[in-house]
Design a protein around this ligand. Structure first.
Ligand SMILES: Nc1ncnc2c1ncn2[C@@H]1O[C@H](COP(=O)(O)OP(=O)(O)O)[C@@H](O)[C@H]1O
Ligand SMILES: [Mg+2]
Length: 194
């Protein structure tokens, strides 16, 4: 690990490596934490890459904290230049079912109420704790907006990720105006695919 150092976290080990970030679990002051590090992209010019990663890290932290007033999200322990240290959530990814499709819709509506567009809200970004509490994770692509079009296309992404249960996600979201725009987006997408 270079760049930003380990921030006093020990016993770090990698649990996931995505396109943008590496996710580690470790111990900080006796507590289990997650370190999410935005990795360098070597094909980008260095100073531009640094700027992009810095901005994205800040945007992710802000979105997590903003959404936290409407849904459970991991608490941000510390935010560094390219790293976010957050609470470790001991939970499991839910299975695909009608119940979880409803849940996805309901959670997305709450995220939107906070003024945040998640932009990648699928089952892969939900963790359910043993007591049943759902946690929303991975605000890596999130941004702030209250625009109808942004909400509806966020719903489109979530619904599409649930395949044949897409309509259940929309039902869970339960908002006439957003649903109308969602249907409109679906029409547009169909046109693009043909
Ligand atoms: N706070 C957390 N607590 C527990 N596990 C987490 C936490 N954050 C991320 N993870 C795990 O790491 C994986 C990748 O993290 P995520 O933020 O979704 O990054 P990516 O952008 O690579 O998808 C998640 O699917 C989850 O399994
Ligand atoms: Mg993810």
């Amino acid at each position: 690990m270079d760049d930003d150092g380990n921030h006093g976290i020990h016993s770090l080990h990698l649990i996931a490596r995505g396109a943008e970030a590496s996710v580690y679990v470790g111990i900080l002051e006796g507590k289990k934490v997650v370190l999410k590090r935005r990795e360098r992209k070597r094909y980008r010019e260095r100073s531009f890459d640094d700027y992009i990663r810095k901005r994205r890290t800040r945007q992710e932290t802000r979105a997590m904290e903003k959404a936290a007033s409407y849904v459970n999200t991991p608490k941000v322990v510390a935010s560094h230049t390219y790293d976010i240290v957050m609470e470790y959530i001991d939970g499991e990814r839910p299975n695909k079912s009608e119940e979880t499709a409803m849940l996805i819709g309901k959670l997305l509506k709450k995220i939107h109420k906070s003024g945040v567009i998640h932009n990648d809200f699928t089952l892969a970004n939900v963790l359910i704790k043993r007591d049943g509490a759902p946690y929303v994770i991975d605000f890596g692509l999130a941004f702030q907006s209250t625009r109808l079009e942004d909400r509806a296309s966020d719903l489109y992404t979530s619904a599409a990720s649930m395949g044949e249960l897409a309509n259940v996600v929309v039902k869970g979201y339960s908002d006439k105006e957003v649903e109308e725009r969602y249907n409109n987006i679906r029409q547009r997408m169909r046109y693009v695919k043909e």
